[in-house]
Ligand binder design. Structure first.
Ligand code: CP
Length: 313
């Protein structure tokens, strides 16, 4: 029987997604992408209110979730810590219950502390979506990255995908690693030894300490910025040295122009990516942003269906 709902009515981690879930999300994403001119005809979220609870800055994730909600006929409210009653001592859980009492059904949460989306999910029967928690996970970024790579190559099985840069502090790296492995890709990691997560030994990945070797190996690379906001001092000798050994320059990519390049953004030009590289045809950074809206439309639509299905059972 064809499945039409997801395994869970929430998304906290790439681990929550089965291969069938990802197929379902990609199929719905393709539908929205192929019908992108019909922006105002969907009612998948009619009657739903989505709260954007971003406790950390965001451009891509926040606005794409807002657009996705509106294009699916849902209502969207934006929650700000500085203007909410959390400044008067209200707890996160009480805030969640307050918004639930106003009939908010979907919470998109970004927080600097790992585990906050899980904590909220344990205290509600509503839908929680992790939009990035500390250095833990960013599963919707992984979905849109995998969708972008899959769409470019037509397959993921045995495709060599390298994640390059500050792997230690990156929630994107962890979510991408988990999802890409699940979808059959071969994953390589490349970064300074001080910015490799301790558990990479158990990850069954190829580790490179040299960007030229990783370029030779990979079909696609995902570049990551240095996450200075999460970094203790002294992990890299200097930004210019990081750029010299791990930055993707025009000269380096010229040796393999077919290499596909992704970056979750925001990009720090001149560090992990030379400005001249950004407009090459195989650099898919803007495509990732465009796909972000369709992937999030697909996810929200399927989460709402899954939630309804479980309520009626
Ligand atoms: N990729 C990503 O999470 O970007 P934002 O921080 O702009 O949302």
């Amino acid at each position: 029987m064809q499945r039409f709902v997801l395994s869970h009515p929430y998304l906290l981690s790439s681990e929550d997604l089965s291969v069938e879930d990802v197929s379902l999300i990609f199929e719905r994403t393709r539908f929205f992408e192929n019908n992108s001119s019909k922006k105002d005809v969907y009612d998948d979220l009619k009657g739903y209110t989505v709260a954007l609870a971003f406790f950390e800055p965001s451009t891509r994730t926040k606005f794409s979730f807002e657009l996705a909600t509106k294009r699916l006929g849902g209502e969207c409210i934006s929650f700000s810590t500085t203007s909410s009653s959390m400044t008067k001592g209200e707890s996160l859980i009480d805030t969640l219950h307050t918004l639930e009492a106003m009939d908010v059904q979907i919470f998109i949460v970004r927080h600097s502390a790992s585990g906050v989306p899980l904590l909220l999910q344990r205290n509600t029967s509503k839908i929680i979506v992790n939009a990035g928690d500390g250095r833990h996970e960013h599963p919707t970024q992984a979905l849109l990255d995998s969708y972008t790579i899959f769409k470019h190559f037509g397959y993921l099985e045995n495709l060599k995908v390298a994640i390059v840069g500050d792997l230690l502090h990156s929630r994107v790296a962890r979510s991408n690693y988990l999802l890409l492995k699940k979808l059959g890709a071969l994953v390589g990691l490349c970064g300074p030894g001080t910015l490799l997560p301790k558990f990479h030994n158990s990850w069954n990945v190829t580790v490179f300490s040299d960007i030229d070797k990783v370029i030779e190996w990979a079909d696609a690379i995902i570049l990551l910025r240095l996450q200075n906001e999460r970094m203790a001092s002294g992990l890299v000798p200097s930004v210019s040295e990081f750029a010299k050994f791990f930055g993707l320059t025009y000269e380096r990519i010229s040796r393999k122009p077919e290499l596909v390049v992704l970056h979750p953004g925001p990009v720090n030009y001149g560090i992990e990516l030379e400005y001249e590289v950004a407009n090459l045809p195989n650099v898919l950074i803007q495509t990732q942003v465009t796909h972000g809206v369709y992937v999030r439309m697909a996810l929200l639509s399927l989460l709402a269906k899954t939630y309804e299905f479980r309520r009626l059972r």
